[in-house]
Design a protein around this ligand. Structure first.
Ligand SMILES: [Zn+2]
Length: 379
């Protein structure tokens, strides 16, 4: 998730509670248009604002003044299955789009079938590797409630036409993203992009060949990074719109982003050293402020400041890497606490630090010393 994608939510912080019993039907007026939303209430705010999740997994943050009418019925809420979701996607994208489905994914695409299949198989491998990674460490994740949707456009132009309402000016600089709101990963066919040499891939082997060129590594890493966010938010590691510190959500996505296009089954380097981020951290380290650990864990500010974001991402990867390697038990306990956070409840910096200390001990200075000493040994 790019920091630019963080959505502004207008619900107030006082809550009636988290409800998810029956289906709520809400008619709203938004941007001069009438919209009807059916779904389960995730959060109902004291001022009447609602956070609703529809059957396709889309989150609707609705302010009280947008609501024209609402009622509910006793029909239990049921998330969409593959068939219902496919129908919905083909209604939304009628012209030239097709669906390729795998065990967990619906790849909705208007590029070549070979590329859709390549994406589907890459994502299934990532899904399995990600789940296995946590399970092997004692944190069992759950199956997603809804099929995971990946939208693949044939070129940057059609991608931008879809993405710009959500990304705004950043669209031209972004090659793919995970939307917390729609729960979709959105991208375009990378084999047509310059980093892959501009030649379209016609078979899985050809696509791999194009995307294994040295210049394409970061491009593929971005696609995997965004898909990792989607898995983390759908398998119970994190909850959408919950206040997960960015050093964790971004750190985890970076931790898994390194491509392994060589093997067709496993993912040999999962959780391995991310050389690009390690080098960035090394450069940052030369002028790293004494309170760097504290500023990283207490707020998301460094991630949101374009001048500091690169260093924050590198330090986030490093800190996750260190904690997983050297303090796994405490790290998993901390992840468990974060996984239970509910949407739209925000911690202040003191709370964040207190939760961190609760897991990793009170002495940040000592942890920082150990962190740096360890990172010096990582190659
Ligand atoms: Zn991210």
């Amino acid at each position: 998730m790019n920091r630019l994608l963080l959505l502004k939510i207008c619900l107030v912080a006082a809550f009636v509670g988290d409800l998810c019993l029956a289906i709520e039907h809400v008619s709203i007026e938004r941007d001069g248009k009438s919209v009807h939303v059916d779904g389960k209430i995730v959060v109902e705010a004291a001022d009447g604002g609602l956070l609703i999740e529809d059957a396709g997994g889309m989150l609707w943050a609705i302010t009280p003044d947008e609501i024209v009418n609402r009622d509910s019925d006793a029909v239990p809420f049921k998330p969409a299955d593959q068939e219902a979701m496919s129908e919905q996607l083909l209604r939304e994208f009628p012209d030239g789009f097709r669906i390729h489905n795998t065990a967990h994914y619906l790849v909705c695409y208007n590029t070549s079938q070979a590329y859709a299949e390549w994406c589907g198989s890459l994502y299934e491998r990532l899904f399995l590797a990600f789940n296995t990674y946590w399970k092997n460490r004692g944190f069992s994740l759950n199956e997603p409630d809804v099929p995971l949707v990946a939208l693949v456009f044939d070129d940057q132009r059609s991608f931008a036409a879809y993405a710009s309402p959500e990304l705004g000016e950043a669209t031209s600089k972004i090659i793919g993203y995970y939307s917390l709101r729609s729960n979709r990963v959105v991208m375009y066919d990378l084999t047509g992009s310059e980093t892959a040499g501009g030649g379209r891939g016609s078979t899985a082997a050809h696509i791999n060949q194009l995307l294994m060129r040295p210049g394409a590594e970061r491009t593929v890493a971005t696609v995997i990074h965004e898909a990792t966010h989607q898995i983390a938010f759908n398998c119970g590691l994190q909850t959408r719109y919950a206040d997960i510190p960015l050093w964790v959500s971004e750190g985890v996505a970076i931790y898994f982003e390194t491509p392994d296009l060589r093997s067709s089954k496993g993912w040999r380097n999962i959780g391995g050293v991310n050389q690009v981020r390690l080098q960035e951290f090394g450069r940052y380290f030369r002028n790293r402020p004494a309170d760097s650990l504290l500023t990283l864990i207490s707020t998301d500010d460094r991630f949101r400041d374009p001048r500091q974001a690169g260093d924050a991402y590198a330090e986030a990867w490093s800190l996750n890497y260190f904690l997983i390697r050297k303090h796994l038990k405490e790290y998993l306990q901390y992840m468990k606490v974060l996984s239970e956070k509910r949407p739209l409840r925000y911690d202040d910096p003191e709370d964040r630090v207190a939760q961190f200390k609760e897991a990793f001990g009170d002495d940040l200075e000592q942890l920082n010393t150990e962190f740096i000493r360890y990172m010096r040994t990582v190659r």
